[in-house]
Design a protein around this ligand. Structure first.
Ligand SMILES: NC(=O)c1ccc[n+]([C@@H]2O[C@H](COP(=O)([O-])OP(=O)(O)OC[C@H]3O[C@@H](n4cnc5c(N)ncnc54)[C@H](O)[C@@H]3O)[C@@H](O)[C@H]2O)c1
Length: 249
């Protein structure tokens, strides 16, 4: 907390980059970090959603595709010194098994859900290392730690993201970098509307009677913000389930 900031402004003086800022969880993160004093750089490829954010917040909105290296460099150039990076942008697959998923869908999922976060980490880490501090929070999924919670492509992309999270914590933790992941179960956002899912996947979902009710986006954002805050100073390299206990079943 910087001098002169109030107790609720725990992110005062910090620049936070939030990707997927126009989505269900992203919008809450933007308002949450902004409300606690941060300078927020909101990134999304959905320009209409960014315009809506711009209308009632004072965030810096940067339209960009997280899977494109030139877009990521442009975002970080506009952001300046990034203290906190939240890799939240993501897409769901058609819940297809390995023999069903088309190679184009495989690449699309990995490009957005895994290469995107890698590109952002790759671009912000040199500055963070120079300053000797930096925080990364990756929004993964329970599909990043379990095999049967989504399609093959989404599952692999989120397992990869958990791996990236842990590798950064393990290799750069002693140089002031914290890197953690949250692993939500289902959340009440647009991502729940998978209209073109494979019938076998829908049938399997309908049999899963122990599935907890979807979380509110606020209930995920609050955990992301905790991990981003100094209150989590000693937490590094974890993949924290936020799933109403579904992994315990
Ligand atoms: N909704 C769920 O049930 C659920 C469950 C577990 C994990 N998650 C994860 O939570 C995160 C947030 O998802 P959400 O539920 O808010 O979904 P959402 O669809 O509401 O928001 C995702 C946002 O990411 C943006 N985005 C997608 N591809 C992009 C790209 N290439 N470049 C820039 N922006 C891009 C979209 O435009 C959208 O605004 C995602 O990483 C998702 O995988 C969601």
């Amino acid at each position: 907390m910087t001098e002169g900031a109030t107790e609720t402004e725990v992110f005062a003086g910090r620049t936070v980059v939030v990707t997927g800022a126009g989505g269900g969880v992203g919008q809450i993160l933007v308002r949450g970090f902004g409300g606690q004093g941060a300078r927020v750089v909101a990134v999304d490829r959905d320009t209409a959603a960014l315009d809506r954010l711009k209308a009632d917040t004072d965030v810096v909105c940067v339209p960009a595709d997280v899977s494109k290296a030139e877009d990521v460099r442009r975002v970080v150039g506009e952001a300046g010194e990034v203290d906190i990076l939240v890799n939240n942008a993501g897409v769901i697959d058609r819940l297809g098994m390995a023999h069903e998923v088309a190679v184009e869908e495989w690449h699309r999922l990995l490009d957005i859900n895994l290469t995107g976060p890698f590109l952002f980490c790759n671009t912000v880490l040199p500055g963070m290392l120079e300053r000797g501090r930096g925080v990364i929070v990756n929004v993964a999924s329970v599909a990043g730690v379990r095999g049967g919670r989504a399609g093959a492509a989404y599952t692999v992309s989120k397992h990869g993201l958990v791996g990236l999270t842990k590798n950064i914590a393990a290799t750069l933790g002693d140089r002031g970098i914290r890197s953690n992941a949250v692993c939500p179960g289902s959340i009440q956002t647009g991502m729940q509307d998978v209209t073109d899912a494979f019938p076998s996947a829908l049938e399997a979902l309908s049999r899963d009677r122990r599935k907890p009710a979807p979380a509110l986006p606020e209930e995920i954002a609050s955990v992301v913000m905790f991990l981003a805050s100094d209150a989590a100073a000693r937490i590094n390299g974890v993949a924290l389930p936020v799933d109403s206990g579904s992994l315990a079943f």
